[in-house]
Design a protein around this ligand. Structure first.
Ligand code: CMC
Length: 427
């Protein structure tokens, strides 16, 4: 049933259409608000603002539901491969066997990165954070694959394949450099995740033995990170892309947005926080108290809270179980896992966290798994970026196909009103 919303302002009434998505979330369509009323809306942090219509990911923060293209995250994490999920997000349907084989083979064939990119890479300081390196090199790809004009149709598909194929290669370079080790080239006989692991960990002097437990754990983690509708980095990708910037520049901007500690960078912060708590004697209650006084201490519990989830983050549930499984299968006893569980337990029974609906998010336990797999702390957010890439691509592609207008928010100006210019000698 078509509804309208009535707004009365300055003694005049206006009506605006409402709309409803397929999962029944409701919106006021205020596209003509300013034209009709002369007013704009103010919504700092976009807490109530739908920036687009999207058919990619659905999440219900009150009920803790996450679905990609209508498939439950729990099913995908248990039954699919990361590249199947990538195809689903980007093209809208699960691939048939033929489609999958074509997609996977194309990705295998494009893993090699132009040797000239290495010269750029060699210019980075050895201790550069891998996220900065990753964002820069993805941006640099636009110079190497410059057949970008009107990047639509078949050409877009090629850029998509290149991004999916080369991101793991570039990601492992930054790690190798920080270790002072030679980089590894991709081995196209290997599948996507084993190829990444081999580039990360094999050495000229010693082959890396690929452990299926590690491959499976990474497969689940990458799927859980693959998309999350209009989050900060995805909105960045769409906003940059809305100016018709090319896909590499748009995704590079998304990587930079992801790096922040309130977003993907939280996974590194969580492990560093857990290590600090351990070094400080493991007094979980002390840190819960510090977080409760965030306004004076400036300390937040990283890995807790979410803009949309006001119930358990369904990804955190899967990851918590996976952390237990992986550590026991690999025979690792990591004391920070116990600290994490203690922290969660304490927070979930504390009124500050309960009343604000702050639950563990995707980043709370993921670092513990990455660490068990041998991935160093400063690479955690890079792992998130590899996982999120299909989502960014899908959202960029949808934004282009929907021919969305350039993104350009309004503001409420609060600066000085018009004043007279006084020349320098008179100031
Ligand atoms: N520890 C302590 N207090 C918190 C936390 C936290 N982690 N998160 C929120 N709060 C408090 C906050 O101080 C505020 O309290 P009050 O109402 O008294 O002022 C209230 O809860 C609401 O917080 P908010 O900052 O207004 O909420 P938001 O929706 O703007 O922020 C968030 C969401 C994820 C940025 C925030 O919860 C946070 O900073 N969490 C820690 C960082 C983190 O784990 N980020 C990863 C998010 S999930 C993956 C991803 O997006 O990449």
């Amino acid at each position: 049933m078509a509804n309208t919303a009535e707004l009365t302002v300055d003694g005049k009434s206006y009506s605006f259409p409402t709309l409803e998505g397929t999962e029944h979330e409701k919106a006021f369509d205020i596209s003509n608000l300013r034209d009709q009323t002369g007013y704009v809306t103010l919504d700092r942090g976009y807490k109530n603002t739908g920036a687009t219509k999207s058919a990619i990911t659905f999440l219900d923060g009150e009920q803790g539901i996450l679905q990609y293209r209508g498939y439950a995250i729990e099913d995908l994490a248990a039954k699919a491969s990361f590249l199947e999920v990538a195809y689903l997000l980007i093209y809208g349907e699960l691939p048939t066997k033929d489609q999958y084989s074509q997609f996977e083979t194309s990705i295998r064939r494009h893993t090699l990165v132009n040797e000239d990119m290495r010269k750029i890479f060699d210019g980075f300081p050895v201790k550069a954070h891998p996220m900065g390196v990753l964002a820069s090199l993805v941006s640099a790809m636009s110079a190497f694959y410059s057949d970008l004009e009107g990047a639509e149709g078949d050409k877009t598909d090629l850029h998509i394949i290149r991004l999916l194929a080369k991101l793991p290669t570039i990601a492992t370079w930054s790690y190798k450099r920080s270790q002072g080790h030679p980089i590894n080239y991709p081995k196209n006989s290997l599948d996507y995740i084993p190829n990444f692991l081999n580039m990360m960990f094999s050495l000229p002097v010693e082959d890396y033995k690929i452990d299926p437990v590690v491959v499976e754990a990474l497969n689940v983690l990458l799927i859980l990170h693959a998309d999350h509708e209009q989050n900060c980095s995805t909105s960045t990708v769409r906003l940059v892309g809305s100016s018709q910037a090319n896909i590499y520049s748009s995704i590079s901007a998304g990587i930079s947005a992801l790096w922040g500690p309130l977003h993907g960078g939280a996974n590194q912060e969580v492990i560093e926080m857990l290590e600090d708590i351990k070094a400080d004697g493991g007094d979980v209650a002390k840190y819960v108290d510090m977080a409760k006084n965030a306004k004076t201490t400036g300390f937040r519990l990283f890995g807790f809270g979410h803009r949309v989830y006001k119930n358990f983050d369904p990804r955190a549930k899967i990851i918590k179980k996976a952390a237990d499984d992986v550590l026991s299968k690999l025979g690792i006893n990591d004391p920070v896992l116990e600290i994490a569980k203690g922290l969660e337990e304490a927070a979930l029974h504390d009124d500050y966290f309960v009343s604000r609906k702050l639950y563990p998010n995707v980043d709370f336990y993921s670092g513990i798994i990455y660490r068990a797999l041998g991935i160093p702390t400063n690479m955690f957010t890079v792992m998130f970026a590899i996982g999120r890439l299909p989502g960014w691509i899908a959202q960029w592609k949808e934004m282009r196909e929907q021919k969305e207008p350039i993104g350009r928010p309004r503001q409420i100006y609060t600066g000085p009103t018009l004043r007279e210019f006084v020349s320098l000698e008179n100031r």
